[in-house]
Design a protein around this ligand. Structure first.
Ligand code: AMP
Length: 469
């Protein structure tokens, strides 16, 4: 079934109900929105868009951009969202690689033009395996890869999440995420649409606007930085969160200290989940059971998750209805990242505890091999994060003439390097103990709040160069 029909079938029977509550106090009803989608679909057909054609969009976050997304699904075309921060050179690569028939740079103008068309009513039928979207991975090494997600992938995940997180028509979802990434685009929008629920629609995260929005919301989805920024605002209190039933977090690791501080402040536990462009959401902490800091919870129903490599900790491998089929036009890369029995190698390293909960220790490519020993950065970061003066730490490996790689810690905060190394050494084997600690005001992060370890590795690459002399 076409994902569009699945979502639209759940729009509220009373189409005057709001779909988007805007910051200026106005609302866009489900009826108005559905009409915009149908007229935009008509405009796409006028542009001779065929099923399977790609439609690229690099536009500021807006309701119109969401209408372009749904209209693309409706006509059976393939949605290609692009990060608004991409430069022209970067965009050129995506356009050459994906060969879209249309590139929408101003969604508002596109939809305004569509309003002069008659609405297109029938939806182009699609099979579960038909392509719905291509999501380019952030690609910190090598060429960015386009993860191909089908109607079936997205529908399966949306239904599983709607159920797992207990969404209903009584919910109001606070949406402050960007919509060029799976989190804001699929996870958030699909949960709201399947509930026929309104969204408090914010162009971006702004703590003041989010605080105001919380007063009329019941669920919020965010990345860890949303939560650290909220906690930094004294206005964020138990009272401010009084209507909220659920705070969901993912896309980057949530610090245990953030989880704890959040619980102290609001009496609620953040629900952390784990996902990626290639599979949307993979695991989640339970809605009703215990949510544990540091664990990303259990695999969603239907997801088969195992740890590769024969050790307790290893690369997480997954199979399931939401797992993508291939990287766009990269058959070799695709083959490398699936096992012979069909599991996708996520590239994340983790373990499962006896209860079946999943714990992530970092990306495989961030693994440090020092003097022949494997060092998982997360183990060291957890210890450093506990030390006074440390807000957050990031541990990376940099070239070392003797050890191959050496452990280096970059700490957001202040402290004494020698003392910190000595304290860490009390808890860690010598080969795991950072050889140097650098203090910074801010760690470099991408739009989803992920610490960009590749940048840290570059910055500190020369740290031990002297020793070569
Ligand atoms: P992306 O494809 O940009 O969504 O990035 C996916 C990656 O984000 C995953 O492979 C993980 O490395 C990371 N990630 C997502 N959620 C979590 C989480 N809750 N904890 C730790 N890492 C996460």
């Amino acid at each position: 079934m076409n994902l569009y029909d699945l979502l639209a079938a759940r729009f509220p029977a009373d189409r005057t109900r709001p779909a988007f509550l805007l910051a200026d106090g106005t609302a866009i009803s489900y009826g108005q929105f559905e009409d915009d989608v149908a007229r935009t679909a008509a405009l796409l057909i006028d542009h001779e868009v065929q099923p399977g054609d790609r439609i690229a969009l690099q536009s500021e976050k807006s309701v119109a951009a969401v209408a372009v997304y749904l209209a693309t699904l409706k006509v059976g075309a393939v949605f290609l969202p692009l990060n608004t921060a991409y430069t022209e050179t970067e965009v050129d690569y995506f356009l050459e690689d994906a060969e879209p028939v249309l590139f929408v740079e101003d969604a508002e103008a596109f939809v305004a033009d569509a309003r002069t068309r008659e609405p297109l009513l029938p939806t182009t039928p699609r099979d579960g395996a038909d392509l719905a979207s291509i999501i380019y991975t952030s690609g910190t090494t090598g060429r960015s890869k386009g993860a191909m997600l089908s109607h079936g992938n997205l529908a399966a995940n949306a239904q599983a999440l709607h159920q797992a997180w207990g969404f209903s028509a009584d919910d109001v979802l606070l949406h402050a995420l960007p919509i060029f990434h799976v989190h804001g685009l699929f996870v958030a929008l699909h949960c709201a649409f399947l509930s026929g629920a309104p969204m408090v629609w914010l162009p971006k995260f702004d703590d003041g606007q989010v605080l105001a929005g919380l007063a009329r919301s019941t669920v919020m989805m965010g990345v860890p930085t949303f939560y650290t920024r909220l906690l930094a605002n004294p206005g964020f209190t138990r009272h401010a969160a009084r209507h909220m039933r659920l705070f969901i977090c993912g896309s980057a690791p949530l610090l245990e200290s953030t989880f704890a501080e959040f619980e102290d402040r609001t009496g609620m536990r953040i629900l952390e989940r784990y996902g990626m462009s290639e599979a949307v959401i993979i695991t989640t902490n339970p809605l009703d059971g215990e949510r544990i800091a540091g664990s990303v919870g259990y695999p969603l129903p239907g997801v088969d998750l195992r740890i590769g490599g024969g050790e307790a900790t290893g690369v997480i491998e997954i199979k399931g209805p939401s797992v993508f089929s291939a990287y766009w036009r990269m058959p070799e890369k695709t083959a490398e990242e699936f096992t012979s029995d069909g599991y996708f190698l996520t590239g994340d390293v983790g373990r499962r505890d006896p209860d079946g909960r999943v714990w992530i220790s970092g990306r495989a490519k961030d693994l440090i091999i020092s003097g022949g020993f494997n060092v998982y950065p997360k183990e060291i970061e957890l210890i450093l994060d506990e030390l006074p003066g440390v807000t957050e730490s990031a541990v990376v490996g940099v070239p070392h003439p003797d050890f191959g790689e050496a452990v280096v810690a970059v700490v957001m905060g202040q402290g004494d390097e020698a003392a910190m190394i000595a304290t860490a050494r009390e808890k860690l084997a010598a080969f795991k103990t950072p050889k140097r600690v650098f203090f910074v005001e801010e760690l470099p992060r991408n739009a989803m709040g992920k610490v960009q370890k590749n940048l840290l590795r570059d910055t500190y690459a020369g740290t031990f160069a002297q020793a070569e002399a």
